[in-house]
Design a binder for this molecule. Structure first.
Ligand SMILES: [Ca+2]
Length: 167
């Protein structure tokens, strides 16, 4: 019983010391993207990603955009269309990311896009990544499209890593 108490006291003293020694110095947030090859309209795509504990992809920088474009090419999906979470459903004007609630600040629109076209009585309000040439070797861009169209989509998961410093 006494020995148990001694160990507990030693642990209580040691754990905070190690906690300080190995305290995280650098927090790194990376994103894991999942190309989902099951056609769905934008709304279903959003809910499907949530059901996996993920989010429909939000792209906040050229670096993230390049990461997605590279993955699309590397996985051989260069000619396919993928929903991302940008939309202008709130006012038909400003684009927001449904995945994280933020304004779209970085964008990689195809020439002439977003066109906000009226297709079959529906405004183009949801954003997808597509390849105009339908050619895997050319670069994919963004386009606004009617949300009811069924295409593939990209889910994302944020991964936080810590670099530990021991000095
Ligand atoms: Ca368009």
């Amino acid at each position: 019983m006494k020995l148990h108490l001694v160990f507990t006291i030693i642990l209580l003293l040691i754990v905070p010391i190690f906690g300080q020694l190995y305290s995280p110095k650098h927090k790194i947030t990376k994103k894991f993207f999942l190309m989902t090859l099951a056609p769905a309209n934008w709304y279903r795509a959003f809910f499907h990603c949530r059901s996996l504990g993920m989010n429909l992809a939000s792209i906040s920088s050229r670096e993230e955009n390049n990461q997605i474009l590279k993955q699309i090419r590397d996985e051989g999906h260069g000619s396919k269309d993928f929903w991302i979470s940008a939309m202008d459903l709130l006012d038909g004007n400003d684009f927001f990311w449904m995945g994280n609630g933020k304004s779209v600040t970085f964008a990689d629109w195809a020439p002439g896009q977003p066109s906000n076209s009226l297709i079959r009585g529906e405004r183009e309000s949801c954003v997808h990544i597509f390849n105009t040439a339908k050619d895997a070797s050319s670069v994919s861009k963004w386009n606004d499209r009617v949300c009811s169209d069924k295409i593939f989509f990209i889910c994302e998961q944020e991964i936080t890593e810590y670099e530990y410093c021991t000095n």
